[in-house]
Design a protein around this ligand. Sequence first.
Ligand SMILES: Nc1ncnc2c1ncn2[C@@H]1O[C@H](COP(=O)(O)OP(=O)(O)OP(=O)(O)O)[C@@H](O)[C@H]1O
Ligand SMILES: [Mg+2]
Length: 271
Amino acid sequence: MRIEVKNLHFTYPGEVVALRGIDLIIEPGEQVAIVGQNGSGKTTLVKHFNGLLQPTEGSIRIGEWDTREHTVAEFAARVGYVFQNPDEQLFNSTVRAELRFGPRNLGFDADKTEALVDDAIQLTNLEKFQETNPYDLSATWRKMVAMGSIIALDSPIIILDEPTTGQDARSIERIAGIVHELHRRGKTIITISHDIDFCAENFERIIALSQGELLLDGPVLEVITQDKALATTYIDPPQLTRLAKKIGLAESIRDQQEFLAAFRKFRQEIP
Ligand SMILES: Nc1ncnc2c1ncn2[C@@H]1O[C@H](COP(=O)(O)OP(=O)(O)OP(=O)(O)O)[C@@H](O)[C@H]1O
Ligand SMILES: [Mg+2]
């Protein structure tokens, strides 16, 4: 399902201008990471994709729906949004009930709901916590519950707001695995992240925002090599990209695999 953002402006009450004319198209099945300094407007932008916020000026279409013409509840079938802070999202007394809530609300019957919940539980590795109260889980697992409850909606578009913040290495690996599986299923995945290494390794397109405007938008390699532009929104290129450049190995390295390939080639070239 296509996302089309036209000349989007948004001002919060109190005259805080958060977005200043964003134009953007995200095609079905794309994997997009949104980066940018604190307060650059990332969360405000994606909250427009499911109608949580309405434009001050401009418009957003999700498929053929204009966000002004449908409710947030209707958009739940099209766009799943995993909040930056899971505590804003979780309110049921067991993990399974939490995951069941969305699909039931969309009107799916019991069989379909249970099948979606089982699938989401498996994807997020929550098997052993199904009857646990989400608030008795660690922050790492609460994040998985928040993700699971959105995966269970089976919406074509899934938004992850800061999925890796505060997560340990194992959990980040698990989240990367989920992103890849959802991509394989044809979902559009949009993530907001301060973790540029995670973005470069797991996403195809990067959008950098700066003070409510699009600063960069393009394929990963094209964006992560623009050190100067990224610096204006306080983003450093991925560690291996910087290292490869610094030691003269290559100008554009995206991840460990590419770094190792360039390094092997470099070693072979030594007489
Ligand atoms: N509820 C609100 N009321 C007023 N101003 C807000 C509100 N939420 C965000 N803002 C302001 O809007 C601007 C954009 O904020 P937003 O949360 O979209 O940024 P962000 O890029 O997601 O930042 P972060 O990386 O810190 O999550 C900032 O100036 C912020 O202070
Ligand atoms: Mg944010």
